[in-house]
Design a protein around this ligand. Structure first.
Ligand SMILES: [Zn+2]
Length: 92
């Protein structure tokens, strides 16, 4: 996880659900740019980007969002990114 860029966001965290094997599924929403990410608390994999309804975005979008610093404002371009949903569905 690119820790330095992750920390540039101003996240609020919400627990979506819980499973014994993966722990809590957490949704991170940035107050400044509105980007949202999801991760499992007990699984060491990178977070992934989600749209407003929690659906995973295409891995290209997800990787780019993770690599970028917080844009610090809402962008119409992000709305375009949010339409590109992952074809393989939620990570498991
Ligand atoms: Zn942000």
């Amino acid at each position: 996880m690119p820790e330095t860029n992750w920390a540039t966001h101003d996240f609020t965290v919400k627990m979506l659900d819980w499973s014994a094997s993966r722990g809590s599924r957490l949704a991170y929403s940035c107050r400044r740019c509105g980007r949202k990410f999801c991760l499992f608390s007990l699984v060491s994999r990178d977070p992934w980007a989600i749209d407003g309804e929690g659906r995973p975005l295409d891995s290209l979008i997800s990787n780019r969002w993770l690599a970028e610093q917080c844009p610090r404002s809402f962008s119409p371009k992000d709305d375009e990114d949010r339409k590109q949903l992952s074809k393989s569905g939620a990570p498991s």
